[in-house]
Design a protein around this ligand. Structure first.
Ligand SMILES: [Zn+2]
Length: 122
């Protein structure tokens, strides 16, 4: 099926879950953030697509909107030592960012692939 005939939400969902945006069967990443050169199932090429800083931007945006209310709503009412609060919040933000980043990259690779952009490596 051509990428022009597939539904855009389905393509985005596949990318967010780390699957090939074209077929949904093959893996989009060969390691934590390194995308495959081509899908092992359908052969669609992804190696030339560069998401650059967009996944980091989206990760900061999403993680910030989760951590900030916690900082403003819960932390002022805690009676914990400051170093414990700092350790908990930094660990929480760090782990949350690690969890979001691959999905954010898959999202942007899917958008770039669907748009037909040639990527910055060609
Ligand atoms: Zn595929």
């Amino acid at each position: 099926m051509s990428k022009q005939t597939q539904s855009f939400p389905k393509i985005l969902k596949r990318g967010i879950y780390g699957r090939c945006p074209n077929c949904g069967d093959g893996a989009l990443f060969k390691s934590y953030l390194k995308q495959v050169e081509a899908c092992a199932q359908c052969g669609e090429k992804f190696g030339h697509i560069r998401a650059d800083d967009a996944p980091a931007w989206l990760t900061i945006l999403l993680a910030g909107h989760v951590v900030a209310p916690f900082l403003l709503g819960v932390v002022p009412n805690l009676d914990w030592p400051e170093w414990v609060i700092l350790l908990v919040i930094m660990s929480y933000a760090f782990l949350l960012s690690l969890a979001i980043l691959p999905s954010a990259k898959g999202f942007f690779i899917s958008v770039i692939w669907r748009s037909g952009a040639i990527g910055s490596e060609k």
